[in-house]
Structures are given as C-alpha cells and as structure tokens.
Design a protein around this ligand. Sequence first.
Ligand code: EPU
Length: 337
Amino acid sequence: MNEIKENFPLLAYNTFHVEAQTRYFIEFNDIPAILNFLSSEHAEIRPCFVLGGGSNVLFTKDFEGIILHPVIKGIEKTDEDGESVIIRAGSGEEWDNFVAYCVKNEWGGIENLSLIPGTVGASPVQNIGAYGVEAKDFIHRVEAIRIDDGKKITLTAQDCHFSYRDSIFKKDLKDRVIITHVNFRLNKKHHFVTSYPDVQKELNNYPETSLLTIRNAVIAIRRNKLPDPSVTGNAGSFFKNPVIDREKVASLRRFFPNMRGFESPDGSVKLSAAWLIEQCGYKGSKQGKAGTHKKQPLIIINKGGASGDQIYRFALKIQKTVMNHFGIRMEMEVNVL
Ligand code: EPU
C-alpha cells in the first residue's frame, strides 16, 4: 500500500497558498493502490476528503481526517467514429496539459477551457466552465470507486446531474467516491464557440479561427485578466454568479438600472457577481493580507501570508455586504474546509 503520511503540510497542495496540515494524507497512482487502501483499516478514518489540484479549496484550519490524493496519469483514445473520439484521461492529469494534448490532436470541444487550473478529476465535480463552454458538454462517462465498499462505478453524463458549477459529486456523492478516470467525447469536425465578446476581440489578432488560435486567445485573455495562482494565491472565482428569476431582476432593476445579468432560455437570469461586488466597493480592495483582484473582484487573493481563516472572513464580509445592499445571496464556489 502507498505510504500514509501523518501531520502532512498542505501549503504546496492549495493554490491559495495557505498554511494548514492534515492528520493523514495518501496519494494513489493507480486503481490497485486505491483498492488496497480501501481494504485496510485506514479506510475507516473520517472525515475524508478527495483533493485534486487544490485550486478550488480553502483550508481555514487543520484537517482532522484523511486527505486522499489521486495522481492517476494517462491519456488514451478508447473509441472513435467518423464524427468524434472518446478520450479517457486519468484523474490526476493536469487539466491544461490535457486540453493542450487534445488541441494538438485536433480533437475539438474543450479548447475554451484552456488554462483553467486543476486536474482532470476535478472537471466533472464542479462542471468547470469558461467562455461559453462547460465540461459537461463533452464529458461522456466518469469512472470512480466508492469509498464505502470499494466498488467501481461508471456514471454517464446524465447520471452526473450537471448544472452550472454543480454535479452529483458536490451533493449525493460528496466525499463518497474517488474519481479515477474521465472519458470525454470530442469532435473531429469542429464547432467553434466564439460568442463571448472577449474571445471575439482577441481572435481578431489571429489570421484564422482554429482550435489552436482559440486556445491561444483564451490563454491571452486569462493571463491578462486573472492572477496567476503560482504567483498570487487564489482559487479563481470565489462565488458563483447568482441565478435569479426574471421578475426579481426586473424589480431590482427599478433601483439598480445598470445591474448586469445574462438571460438564459429558461427565463432565469445569471447576475454578474463581479458587478455586485464591484458596486459594493470591493474591487482591488483588501482586508489584512486578503484582498480582491484589481481587474476582477470575484477573485479573492492572498496578498502574502494570509491564513485561510482571514481569507474566509473577508469572503463572508463581501457576501454579507452584497446581501445587505442588493438582497442577493452569493453562494461560495470554493470548497471551504
Ligand atoms: N465585471 C464587472 N466588474 C469587473 C469584472 C467583470 O462588472 O471588475 C462584469 C463583466 O463586465 C461581465 C461580467 O462581470 O459582464 C462577467 O465577467 P467575466 O467575463 O470575467 O466572467 P465571470 O462571470 O466573472 C465566469 C466564470 C469564470 C470564467 C469566466 C469566463 C463563474 C463563477 N466564473 O466569470 O470561471 O473564467 O466566466 O467565462 O462562473 C472560475 O470558475 O473559477 C472562473 C474563473
């Protein structure tokens, strides 16, 4: 069995770069390592938490249980027809390396999701999304192992109950499975999604639209707008964009005529959390060693040496201010532990 580490530091395992430690920590390079662990007495340790790239988690204190860290690698084509390919990737693959590999092979679909930090295994959990594309549009099947009984299970995209930054892995299956592989159905015939104004504008700098130029455009936009987690601790958007029904938005717009939001076909409106936060005066603001990014206030940053608890308290303050000002609750997107 892989070695179980005790009182293990998590500084290098979270992109907020906060100090915390976990009572126990174990890494898995393959399925047998997981099964071995689950048949040992250590499988009983609770709480347990599956950690991918640590790019969507905030440790506010030491973790008293066991952290399970899959580092399963490998990308293979398992099926193909005239239109599409099925690509199976290990959950421990770096997400952006996976995107780069698919773009290089001319397999289309996830190029708009370039440069999102984290691992392949995390992509179905929060149904990562950017620039008009969500992971759910291309996830074919998710392979996992149940922690309770070590049984291998396979979920279809439908079984995953995907919605905006949400899935069954954040609800019924939370802390109950270890995702080992994700299978994607990608297109040989490409359908580019270039509807986002930022993407359209950036693509003007390139001679043609292709998987590679979209990838490069998205990378350029993200580099310009979002803080690099290897330099400035952050976990991307801290809150979800609140989804509100149309009538409520209409009544709010009587008081806030410029309130920014995007209508979806079902009649709901996704409000811009960045706008709500900015209106409350929090753009580029700080509280102690925590702050918001100067170009995108939805991103909370560690300005150097902040504790997870300080960051969390700042997030709560922002959440409360937006609630008092607009009567809108912004749900946290980051997993707070
Ligand atoms: N905006 C402001 N003030 C600002 C910045 C933005 O009012 O300071 C407004 C923009 O004008 C725009 C709206 O907010 O109308 C949306 O801004 P942006 O394009 O940056 O997208 P977002 O809704 O803030 C979402 C995702 C990002 C993803 C981008 C691009 C969520 C929670 N976040 O952000 O995902 O990269 O769209 O598609 O849905 C993440 O999940 O960690 C993440 C970074």
